[in-house]
Write a protein that binds this ligand. Sequence first.
Ligand code: ATP
Ligand code: MG
Length: 742
Amino acid sequence: MDVTHILEGMNDRQREAVSSPLGNSLVLAGAGSGKTRVLVHRISWLVEVEDVSPHGVLAVTFTNKAASEMRHRVEQLLGISVRPLWIGTFHGLAHRLLRIHWREAKIPQSFQVLDSDDQLRLVKRVMKMLDLDEQKWPSRQAVWFINTAKDEGRRPRHIDTGGDLFNITHLRVYEAYEEACQRGGLLDFSELILRSHELWLENDDLLRHYQNRFSQILVDEFQDTNAIQYAWLKVLGSRAGLMAVGDDDQSIYGWRGARVEHIQRFSKEFQGVTIYRLEQNYRSTGNILKAANALIDKNQDRLGKRLWTAGEDGDAILLYAAYNELDEARFIAERTREWIDGGASPGDVALLYRSNAQSRVLEEALLRLSIPYRIYGGLRFFERAEIRNALAYMRLVANADSDAAVERVINTPPRGIGDKTVERLRQHAREQDTTLWRAANDLVADRGPADRGPADRGPADRALAGRAANAVKGFIELIDSLTEQCEGKNLEEIVRLAIDNSGLMEFHGSEKGERGLARKENLEELVAACGEFGGAFVLPIDPQGLPSQGTEDLLSEFLDHAALETGEHQADSNASSVQLMTLHSAKGLEFPLVFMAGVEEGLFPHRMSLEEPGRLEEERRLCYVGITRAMKQLYFTYAETRRLHGSESYNKPSRFIADIPADLMQEVRIRNEVTRPLSPAWEDDEGSLRLGQRVAHPRFGEGVVLNCEGHGERTRVEVNFEQVGPKILMLSHANLELLNDS
Ligand code: ATP
Ligand code: MG
């Protein structure tokens, strides 16, 4: 048989791995060494050379995108349809099993998968039923407790509370939640894997069937499997040949229960594991690879690998020190533009960051230069649920008659307005040809259709039942009082009032773990966006001293801006667009040009990791993942001051930059351009500060004012300091002391 096309273009090590005997094997190798490629070719080898039926292969990858890519590549190699192949994520494969064996799994045929939001809502309901005080027992913490238990394979009966009140209480919630799920036929993400694991353990015949069927199992990104996933593989794969592919240096999901130790356990607990090490990197230039190797070498606990490339050293890694996050975004967008204008495809460029909230400023900079982009593995900033909710409240302040806004937040955060009540409002609005807001007001005032007096109505016509009426009344009062409080306030104050008074901040922020944190950060980021919008769009004060634009106009203008950003500019997912994503979701991917933004102490490494050596090492591995995504050119950027989550901070460049040998890096120095002409009214506006004024700064020493941009709180001054050169500072935070000229 001609198998050259399967082994073609592979190095000797890769060939050995692809054509290894049918037993267990571990491919342990660094980034870009062809692990995923080996896995794909191995599937083809199994089917074509070893005569394994496509029905007998099961392959697990980390994301749906990786799975569909894998399917596509296998299809190309084999020249057949790969529909019978089970290729997917752990969740996807478990789901597929349960759809077939719902009866044995003791779930209804029509079971429903709960996403994280659904799960939270259900846990909330359960906790209310148990009469637990939300203040004392945040529901997000309970969700975290439940998911952690499930990810470790523990049902309530396996949990030993140790007499601890925290555990006792959460165990009660877990039990009640399980009951509710069982009653409603609901399965959360963790449940899918746990339930299918139990399905096998409790049904010998079924287990035997699948053990016989899947004679070959392949797992990519093995370093990031959690306890239940490992157990799942161990049960299913006890008779199969299992090929695990991974890199301990890229283990980045420890915070979510992944255990890199599974690599060692695998070679001990499975029989006759042959280990293959790939050492040649095919992805990156020599300089990029040297930087990655030097960085990861700083970690203590490693299995240890060498990685080399036959390729050229390539360009130096470029480092840009921005004066703030806007300057950073502008720089990245401009360099991206240049790259595209030079003939490259936008899809060749990736913008990577540590925290989702960083994307907004980057998105706006890209939009300004008309660069198509796509947020990978996440929603664009203005499309996120928490942001849309906040915008809906702002919309209601601007115009309570907006039906879409009422629909969105009338019961978010939950205030006891059920679907039936909302349907009643809709019906009334339809009948009266009016808006939901007016319908709500009508019905609360107990006014029915206008052509009938109260005397004509029987009890069935009563507008709203007592409890519902009260809840709707509460909503109306909230919006009325919010509108009143917002009068005369600036945009930043309005959004702050909207997210605080509505309870949105508390609602979204109390979710346990990264998710809650992210939502809260995003809301703070929205406040910052409003502040900037005000700063950037207020026109210069006109000669009569009248502001040329009122707050109301600004609010509407901002809402339009946000609305446009949601739909209009959305790049087609198939069209070529710049990819924005967190470092976590960049795993496994590669791009010719990579920007790593916000490489600052406190942001990356994240401040929450600084105290714990283990977590700091995980951050460093995350940086390693980021660097090794780049094929040709890598940029690090950081901002000296950054406004993120609503507060401004002065940051030092990340320690990760210092981990990289200086001779691999080159700093980009450009003169900060002045983006706006100086406002003639500026001097009056800011008291005695004027161009040419000598000033002293607590950190930078003495200097001369060169320029100024923005207004009010967002005024930025450029000062040429004698010691450190030109810097742009936020006037309101800079603590400048005015000096006499003499
Ligand atoms: P990661 O650790 O980031 O997941 P990986 O080890 O899975 O990386 P691959 O994505 O499989 O690496 O391969 C990296 C790049 O190198 C891909 O573009 C792949 O096509 C290419 N490549 C791999 N092996 C070879 C080879 N022998 N010859 C040429 N190119 C190769
Ligand atoms: Mg890979």
